[in-house]
Design a protein around this ligand. Structure first.
Ligand code: ADP
Ligand code: MG
Length: 558
């Protein structure tokens, strides 16, 4: 006590006249002269000496150090404080940015300061845990959680330490399967969950949400298992790549399915075709479907056993079928319904006046039916004219049933691959020439795809097949097609070693009966064109006249 500084004050300070809080540290100078009327103006050799505004009154050291005095001062202070609190209650400022208290915070509330400090420490500790979690988990698909060790944070910033957020469709979110979970939809971006502040980026929440979404927003065929039941938390990154994979798989599946459909369509035996075949079996037209004879670009040919229609119950009401004489062995020619082939063929049909009007109105599928119908009509004409060719049994949409050229399910070989003697070769040529003439003059047809591939060798004679594209001579390109047929036949039999086979122009003249001068290629073709144009003009006036003009001009030339 002896060393305590001697402070001279002139009166006991009261709370009302205290210019500054008593708790403030003021250095009082030992032995200084007390300024009048103010205990707080320190006496100093450099201070004010004779300031009249101050009145000094001597107070003993004992007074100053008295406990009683100290208590009085403290009491006065407390009273003032509580009066202030009541009239202006302190609102703790919760607007904390990143855990940092604002500078203008009321620091007089020790409890609040302590809480703020604690919150900051908790936050730092939790951040440390998060870092530890991340280090432990790294790329692992199953996350270890330190949640139980986390401190309860009173305040939390909306720190984004999660993965990039998944973008969800609005409607997906509307029916969010995880809606039974904690929803973080407040404007602040966080909600209080008990004492815990949970943001929408909370790894656990978004992890569980993602798991729940697995079952509901992924394609149904994607097997997710009961991920929700096992409380697996999927990070957004994993969820996103799973979703991507699921939809890629779905698209791949669809593509495979389409390919499969396309494949059956390629082979013409699609669902509709199968149904027609089943009906034909039901009605007794077909006894059994055996095997594929040929898969061509435009059609599939299948060997079938002819049925006994008369004995079939289901056909009793069908006169057409009751009168059918069905050969023991037949083929069904199924026209492909794929459009790429149709495109290649339409030139044969769209300019054929027989089908012209209908062609304009029909959809592609109906046009394919017309191909089958065309083949049927042409075969019938050929049969009437006595040309060796399949006999038509029945037509159903794009399916044509006809007699089989061959024996015991063995189709007759094509001329291309038939093994023939020299005499047979010569005979084959003569037969083909005769067929072509009959076809032109009697059937009023040009094959338009005649070659060693569409001529079969069966029972010592040539059979003509595949006449769906055959056209009348009045067709705008009919004579060109005939010239091409002649070229193929001439070339084939010449190569086969048949003697005296004429060249294509000569053969053309011989088949058509026209006598176009054989001067040169260009003039021959232009003569054909002139004839075609005049034939087409006449075709507009009626079939008879059109075909007449060509046969007429042929007779005139003779
Ligand atoms: P594509 O348009 O596919 O050429 P085709 O009518 O020429 O159709 O038939 C293809 C193949 O099927 C022929 O080359 C022939 O071998 C076989 N074929 C077609 N019709 C018959 C039939 N009536 N009898 C036996 N075989 C046939
Ligand atoms: Mg063919």
């Amino acid at each position: 006590m002896a060393s305590s500084p001697e402070v001279v004050i002139n009166e006991i300070p009261t709370t009302s006249n205290l210019p500054i809080p008593v708790t403030s540290k003021i250095k009082l100078q030992k032995g200084s002269k007390t300024p009048p009327n103010s205990p707080w103006i320190p006496t100093s050799p450099w201070g004010l000496k004779d300031n009249k505004e101050f009145s000094y009154k001597n107070t003993s050291f004992e007074d100053v150090m008295s406990e009683q005095l100290a208590n009085q001062l403290q009491l006065a202070e407390d009273r003032k404080q509580s009066a202030d609190d009541f009239s202006n209650p302190v609102e703790p400022d919760l607007d904390i940015d990143g855990g940092e208290a604002h500078e203008n915070e009321d620091t007089s509330n020790d409890l609040l300061i302590a809480q703020l400090l604690q919150a900051k420490m908790d936050k730092e500790y939790n951040q440390y845990l998060t870092r530890q979690e991340n280090t432990v988990n790294q790329n692992s698909k199953v996350r270890l959680s330190y949640t139980n060790y986390r401190m309860d944070e009173i305040f939390s910033s909306d720190d984004d330490d999660s993965d990039t957020e998944v973008e969800y469709d609005a409607d997906t979110d509307a029916q969010d399967p995880s809606s039974n979970m904690l929803q973080v939809k407040s404007d602040k971006g966080y909600v209080m969950f008990g004492k815990e502040v949970v943001t929408k980026h909370d790894l656990e929440i978004s992890g569980r949400k993602n798991t729940a979404r697995l079952e509901d927003s992924f394609p149904v065929e994607f097997k997710t298992g009961d991920a929700r039941g096992m409380d697996i938390q999927l990070s957004n990154k994993i969820y996103n790549s799973l979703k991507k994979h699921a939809y890629a798989e779905q698209r791949r599946g669809q593509r495979l399915h389409e390919e499969k459909e396309h494949y059956t369509a390629e082979h013409a035996v699609d669902e509709k075709t199968r149904l027609i075949l089943h009906r034909l079996v039901d009605r007794g037209v077909i006894a059994s479907v055996n095997g594929v004879v040929s898969i061509g670009k435009e059609a599939v040919v299948i060997h079938v056993d002819g049925g006994d229609v008369i004995g079939s119950d289901s056909s009793k009401n069908n006169d057409e079928m009751q009168n059918l004489l069905i050969p023991a062995e037949c083929v069904v020619k199924i026209y492909k319904t794929t459009l790429n082939e149709f495109k290649a063929r339409d030139k044969y049909i769209k300019d054929d006046y027989r089908f012209k009007d209908r062609f304009k109105k029909l959809n592609p599928r109906k046009i394919i039916h017309m191909w089958a119908e065309k083949e049927m009509h042409n075969l019938n004409r050929m049969n009437e004219a006595g040309i060796a060719c399949p006999q038509v049994v029945l037509l159903r949409k794009h399916i044509l049933v006809m007699s089989f050229i061959g024996h015991d399910q063995q189709p007759a070989p094509k001329l291309k691959s038939a093994i023939l003697s020299t005499t047979q070769k010569k005979s084959a040529y003569e037969q083909v020439l005769s067929m072509m003439k009959t076809l032109y003059h009697e059937c009023k047809l040009i094959h338009a795809d005649l070659s060693e591939f569409n001529l079969l060798w069966h029972d010592g004679k040539v059979w003509m097949i595949d006449v769906s594209q055959s056209v009348e001579p009045s067709h705008p390109h009919g004579l060109e097609f005939l010239l091409r047929d002649c070229y193929n036949i001439s070339k084939f039999f010449t190569n086969l070693g048949v003697k005296d086979v004429p060249g294509s122009y000569q053969l053309f003249n011989e088949v058509s009966g026209l006598d176009i001068p054989l001067s040169d290629d260009a003039s021959f073709r232009s003569a054909i064109e002139v004839l075609q144009n005049s034939a087409e003009e006449h075709a507009h006036q009626g079939r008879r006249k059109a075909s007449e003009i060509l046969t007429q001009s042929a007779t005139e030339k003779k």
